[in-house]
Design a binder for this molecule. Sequence first.
Ligand code: LAN
Length: 728
Amino acid sequence: NGKLANGGVTTRSTARNQKTDYSRWRLKDDRGVQTWEYLESEEEVRKWPQSMADKYFLGLDTGLPDLPTAKTPLQCVENALSFFAKLQLPSGQWGCEYGGPMFLLPGLVVTWYVTGTPIPESHAIEMRNYLFARQHPEDGGWGLHIEGESSVFGCAMNYTVLRLLGADPEDPRLVRARATLHKLGGALRGPHWTKFWLAVLGVFDWDVVNPVPPELWLLPDWVPIAPWRWWIHMRQVMTPMSYVYSKRWSLPLNDLTRQIRDEILVQPYESVNWDSHRNDISPGDNYHPKSLFLRILFWLLINIWFPFLRPASMAKRAEDRVWWLVCAEDDNTDFANLGPVNGPMNTLVCYIHEGPDSWRFRKHLECLPEFLWMKDEGMLMNGTNGVQVWDTTFAIQALYESGFAQKEQCRPMLIKALEFLEDQQIREECRDWHECYRQQRKGAWPFSNRKQGYTVSDCTAEGLKGVILLQNTPGYPKLISDDRLYDAVDVLLTMQNSSGGCASYEPQRGSELLEYLNAAEVFGRIMVEYDYPECTTAVISALHMFQKFYPDYRAEEIKAFKTRCLDYIRRAQRPDGSWEGSWGICFTYAGMFGMESLAVAGENYGNSERVRRGCKFFLDRQMEDGGWGETYRSCETGQWSQHPQSQVVQTAWVVIALLEAEFPDKEPLRRACRLLVDRQEGNGGWRQEAIEGVFNKSCMISYPNYKFIFPIKALGMYAKRFGDEPLL
Ligand code: LAN
């Protein structure tokens, strides 16, 4: 029946080098809800032909003809468009892969496994293929993200996943991965999340897991460490995790999990003193070492609170409260959940609390595949349930800036994109939004889709910009009423921190000292919201654009809001002229936003020393070939780290920054644009280069559409400024 039997059956000979039939994969796009389907019957294959986008994502021949080589910037944009237009998905959006992190698939596969969920064979095969394809050639291991050095987190979790998916421990690729894991000290030296998932799987004893007490959710709101003040991703992960921790729930041991124990530990299971390894972590995994304060707190919880003081009634109350919060999250996201970590965890909680046949658990199982993505290398887990709204509104803006939104040829495509944004705007508040501490969201745009339903400051801002631009261009329908735009502005006006900057999902709710409670070890700056130059810029530029068309709506508040934002942006600029990015790599990304903010304030190269400093920062780093290249190390260290190769995406970011700055000298810009044109492929696309995005300082994440969107925007802006002359 096409299903892989669960329960530790290792299909030794079959697990090697299998591949599914790539001509059977289809991306289903149901109003921005994306799933990859594997068609089992010939009949289905005939009825549902593969699109050019499917083929492109799967690395199949797209049969696209070679285009005439571009000489001018707009010819290059024209070529790019003929390619990019074919990637538009049926609902009008430009979703794509969102891989990079290597710690997401394990949560899903462990959850499937421990709940006895059958894993479709097509998926198991391609997940194995992806993990094999992403083994580092030097040592056979995996890191925190695809470009990161092998770590215990990456090796222990992905090795375990391969075993759960039926891979043979004697397969030479597993033998190598195991050797690397052992060299790093074995799975016991993994971070908290490794220990948590392995305890759930029954491979580790719960004594090795640092405590996650659900009682935290019984603290009154005024307490400075109360979880409602934490960054949304941390509290939505900590919530289901605390439930499982409190129950100390584990899968009963079976043959496979017994074998995994032997394979990932460097000493016999029976000889392990679990408690002594709670804080044991390999140096390469320990990006953010735990504070002494946190280690003392853990000691007190383990040795005093849990064994002697914790009343059973309180445990019950805490678990009940957490269960209520889990249900609220599920209801408010229609089971999509905030992200790929809490999605599987909430699934597990529903399974534990309500059982395998419960409605809630079943609903989760239906939604989990929305995190999966299929590509030429196999199947991976995306960083969110997609990038739909975000990439679509950026695409709209790029086409607008390059003058193409105004042309007849692009109108049908962009009307579809506008319809998508119309459909995805969030129209109502959450249920019990105050009780579950959610941010105001009516009128907001999310990052992925409306179903997920979380407002993000810059997603709302960029969404608003995309809509305003198109709705005020002749030939476009007005799909979103003024009232709905006002709703979006109302949301934006709730998003400012007291410092003046804007954060991501909510304004900062707790002190940055909460970072002393950061127990995840592998990430930095995760406990509370911060000011981000990227988010702040998106919000001011959106409000600025809004005011051009709607000068009367909340005018005074918007003006004051913008002033505070700009003060923050100016303060955030470093003495060398740069801004440090948080969501893209790194100084090139944030510099583009910083310059855009200053342009909103009317500052340019001619009148502002800040802008000149910003330009100098970039000009000092322009490479021989005219491009820019920065590695992800910049994000980890906060210092510029030069990439040996220039990068198309970063070069486009800098071109945009310099054009925002009204940098007067054409030559450096011409050379940079020349590089963008030279790197264009015959079919109008660009090749994937180094990874583009980041989160939490240490984990990189891919934005594959950026290689189309930003060159289009940069070249279009260049042509507007200097004319569409050949770039020679
Ligand atoms: C994202 C993706 C989008 C990103 C931008 C909109 C680009 C940014 O400007 C604001 C923050 C936001 C919304 C963001 C926050 C953190 C996310 C959700 C991610 C980087 C994608 C994956 C990441 C999430 C935390 C991954 C799960 C990992 C955990 C540590 C819980």
